[in-house]
Write a protein that binds this ligand. Structure first.
Ligand code: GUN
Length: 288
């Protein structure tokens, strides 16, 4: 039996945020614009990019889409970014990752103007976050904090454990939790006695990239569980479920006090925060 009050409804929170952005844009009569660049034909990336474009349309943000073949050279991509950096009509630039192997993602990230870096991946944005200055915060970790606030989860003084140290999720999530006065531990593949650490977490952020890895033996009674993973399951198996997270939902459910589902938890928040960052980019460039 599931107690619905335990489930963090990311879809509903994201819908509310997008509605607020839509109203803000309509009332001010502005037209922020986001460039979305996809290189190659990774099917999962195509789905994410499509969802981002749909969210733009809903909010009243113009999305300019560039779907480039996988043979696109690094030089061609950098040249497009340069053109978009100079284009006054464009407020945000996003290159969907991963890019094909012959393109260096770091070069791509650093080529985006810091004023248009709506993903918050550039060295300048990361630096601003780490010293507590204003700047673009990566969308997934920003969405996690919004979810915790929406459900009145106190972060200050709590043991927060972030599983995973990626630049996109783990590291910025740790910085944000620290900014909120959490006591933060980051675990990774070389961490010893991992369950001893995760078992003390009041708030556990799972971003390990391994389907269903975290079961009830990793968590303490009453923990808040945020599942960042998203994995496609074999069709036909798994009782019709198409997606799962890093957390074994059924195993941890009874022990958790709050938990995000997959899908419908963190995923929709990432896109809502991208919309928020695009509006922020517009305001920064417009000098308001
Ligand atoms: N690939 C996976 N997550 C992201 C993201 O948040 N932004 C971009 N640009 N690519 C991604």
């Amino acid at each position: 039996m599931t107690d619905k009050d335990k489930i963090i409804d990311g879809k509903a929170v994201a819908a509310r945020i997008k509605e607020e952005i839509k109203n803000n844009i309509r009332e001010r009569g502005i037209k922020p614009a986001l460039s979305v660049i996809l290189v190659g034909d990774d099917p999962a990336s195509a789905v994410y990019v499509n969802n981002k474009k749909k969210a733009c349309e809903f909010c009243g943000i113009e999305s300019r889409s560039y779907e480039l073949p996988s043979e696109t050279t690094e030089e061609e991509l950098l040249s497009l970014i340069d053109t978009l950096n100079k284009d006054k009509e464009i407020n945000g630039i996003l290159v969907q990752l991963p890019v094909p192997e012959h393109i260096d993602p770091d070069k791509v990230i650093e080529a985006i103007s810091p004023l248009k870096d709506v993903d918050g991946f550039s060295t300048q944005s990361v630096g601003a976050l780490s010293v507590g200055k204003k700047g673009f915060v990566p969308c997934t970790p920003a969405g996690i904090i919004e979810l915790l606030h929406s459900y009145d989860v106190e972060i200050s003084g709590k043991n927060c454990v972030v599983m995973g140290r990626s630049n996109i999720v783990g590291k910025p999530a740790a910085m944000l939790l620290l900014r909120e006065n959490g006591t933060v531990t980051v675990t990774h593949t070389k961490t010893r006695d991992i369950k001893e650490i995760t078992g003390r977490a009041d708030i556990l952020i799972a971003a390990v990239g391994k389907p269903g890895m975290i079961d009830e033996s990793y968590i303490k009674e009453g923990a808040v569980i945020i599942d960042v993973g998203i994995h496609r399951l074999d069709p036909g198996k798994n009782e019709g479920r198409k997606l799962c997270g890093d957390v074994d939902f059924d195993s941890v459910y009874d022990k958790a006090s709050l938990i995000t589902p997959v899908p419908g938890g963190v995923g929709p928040m990432t896109i809502a925060m991208l919309m928020k960052n695009t509006l922020l980019a517009f305001d920064m460039q417009d000098g308001r």
